[in-house]
Design a protein around this ligand. Structure first.
Ligand code: ZN
Length: 250
């Protein structure tokens, strides 16, 4: 019974804003924890970081070698934008209705495709294969999805729903909560910004990992939980509708 429940739930650890400049001291501690508990996270890597806030953080020159080492250990290297600099407003018209500023929304297909392609070149140069993406600030438009497909990226780590699903010719791994939450069912990704954590936040995260250590999925395990049943589609649609409705009033 217990095993059966476990097959139906799982969480992919998604770390955001991984770049040459980041909170390396906390990253070192997370790395140790992931190795100890055999957790394989997905790292949202900014290939050409120009975000002034992030550039204030510690820089380590062996960043790209470190990424290769993690990738060889089965951690998933994912592309998180290109420069992480917002140069457009969505006015809440973005695909997921998150609103706020964006690096991609509103730009032409050519421009979005160029940014994604430039990012990919940096990963390629460092011998890293990229198959997934998530945009800074969750902000996409139809051209973003077209640009991803043009560049051979098939997976987006964002969106609503309880299980990974297919749309726009891509597979979406839902990302629902800002806090680490293990639902009794469903397969989603977290959103972890360790750059801004304090000691207390790290301790809570460590406790959460320990408590749920058997329920974390690697990226490949997450993809195996893709569902195509009608019930899944209805559940995903209801969650999307509900969350978008709530956001209208925020
Ligand atoms: Zn980010």
């Amino acid at each position: 019974m217990k095993n059966n429940t476990r097959k139906k739930q799982g969480l992919l650890i998604r770390l955001d804003d991984i770049a040459e400049n980041m909170n390396w001291k906390l990253m070192d501690r997370c790395e140790k924890l992931f190795y100890e508990l055999n957790i394989k996270p997905l790292l949202g890597v900014i290939p050409f970081n120009k975000d002034p806030e992030l550039l204030k953080l510690e820089k380590r020159d062996y960043f790209w070698n470190k990424l290769k080492e993690w990738s060889d250990k089965g951690w998933e290297i994912c592309m998180h934008g290109y420069t992480h600099v917002y140069d457009n407003n969505t006015n809440k018209k973005d695909y997921f209705n998150y609103g706020g500023r964006s690096e991609f929304y509103g730009h032409s297909l050519m421009e979005q495709s160029k940014r994604i392609n430039n990012g990919l070149k940096i990963f390629n140069k460092n011998n890293l294969k990229i198959r997934s993406f998530f945009a800074p600030n969750h902000t996409y438009d139809q051209n973003t999805f077209k640009a991803l497909k043009e560049n051979g990226i098939d997976y987006v780590i964002d969106g609503y729903g309880i299980y990974p699903y297919e749309a726009k010719g891509l597979t979406f791994i839902p990302q629902l909560f800002y806090k680490e939450i293990m639902l009794p069912f469903g397969v989603q990704a977290t959103q972890i910004h360790l750059n801004y954590w304090n000691e207390k936040k790290f301790e809570n995260f460590a406790k959460f990992l320990l408590k749920n250590k058997e329920r974390f999925l690697s990226f490949d395990q997450t993809l195996m939980r893709r569902k195509k049943s009608l019930l899944t589609k209805i559940t995903n649609f209801s969650v999307e509708f509900g969350l978008k409705f709530i956001r209208c009033f925020k």
